[in-house]
Design a protein around this ligand. Structure first.
Ligand code: FMN
Length: 303
């Protein structure tokens, strides 16, 4: 049995989960490769008996470039896939939406899995409400998922589809509307545009390498952020000189009200036995978002 796991991971959470799933699948199959999204050879996908795809949740669904990736796949009729993701608080439409997208390509989605994980956004305080995840239990659950998905795949290959599980329905009633609102077109209009401060940018290229959609041209004079953006803010989070700039005021102001919803979602997840508090939610300092922390650290380092 030939298995492939495709993973997109910026801060390493989804990658950890992917490695746990791979570990078990490897125990029971001949081969289980784990590759990065950007290394996928689409033409070779039909040669696998089972393919898994993992990524972080962005804006209550799969990141825009993941849906674009699925859109450009060839028809893979009858092929077995599974989906997994890591996320901070609200899983949203992700597993449902991905299952539907893959089914449009003729793929049979045999199962899906989600893991609570640390989340960092420039306009949120850090540490955040899910810092400390994935914890040992989350990772053990990923191993268990790997076990069950490998077994299910073999059963389905023999014609018995009883083990196939559809993703659970969403629990938060506000999610479908919010998720539908946050399209890439909407964000292009409503979200703050990032720019590069050419006074402080050293053209080190870290942002360009980290941009999942090749949206930064660091060699240009002056270096520039092109129109293509999936609003992951990764460039702003990693730039060593904090040279990717914008006016965060509106986003900083929005963060506390968003957190109320996230804390409710996490309390509900705790009640379902899916989540454990590792950080006291009352300790969140909304006046100290990550972008301010980074700028302060940079000043300290310069002293
Ligand atoms: C731009 C952005 C949007 C996010 N949106 C959500 C979201 O809607 N729901 C959620 O639970 N977590 C959200 N998160 C948190 C990530 O899903 C979480 O940190 C994930 O584990 C990151 O995965 P990685 O370490 O593999 O990159 C978001 C993170 C970023 C950077």
């Amino acid at each position: 049995m030939k298995v492939l796991i495709i993973c997109f991971s910026q801060t390493g959470n989804t990658r950890k989960v992917a490695e746990c799933i791979q570990e078990w699948i490897k125990e029971v199959t001949d081969s289980c490769e784990l590759i990065r999204l950007e290394d996928v050879n689409k033409a070779a996908l039909a040669g696998y008996d089972l393919v898994g795809i993992g990524f972080p949740v962005f804006y209550y669904k799969e990141p825009f470039h993941i849906s674009d990736f699925i859109e450009t796949l060839p028809l893979l009729r009858g092929k077995q896939w599974f989906v997994f993701c890591s996320h901070g608080s609200v899983l949203g439409m992700t597993l449902i939406s991905m299952t539907e997208r893959l089914e449009e390509k003729g793929i049979t989605v045999i199962g899906s899995h989600h893991t609570y994980a640390d989340a960092s956004l420039p306009f949120y305080p850090y540490p955040t409400v899910t810092t400390g995840h994935p914890d040992d239990q989350d990772l053990q659950e990923a191993v268990e998922f790997g076990k069950s998905i490998a077994a299910c795949s073999m059963t389905v290959a023999k014609g018995n589809t009883d083990c196939i599980k559809r993703p659970a329905p969403i629990t938060e009633d506000w999610v479908p509307e919010q998720s539908a609102l946050l399209t890439q077109e909407f964000m292009d209009k409503a979200f703050p545009r990032l720019s590069i401060n050419t006074e402080t940018c050293t053209q080190c290229g870290e942002c360009q390498d980290a941009c999942p959609v090749d949206g930064i041209d660091i060699e240009a004079e002056p270096p520039r952020i092109q129109d293509l953006c999936i609003y992951c803010w990764n460039c702003a989070k990693i730039c060593p000189t904090c040279s990717i700039e914008t006016d965060w005021t509106a986003m900083d102001g929005l963060a506390p009200s968003q957190y109320e919803k996230y804390i409710k979602a996490l309390n509900d997840a705790e009640a379902r036995g899916e989540f454990r508090w590792r950080v006291d939610p009352d300790s969140m300092n909304y006046d100290d978002p990550l972008h301010k922390q980074r700028e302060r650290q940079l000043k300290e380092d310069k002293k």
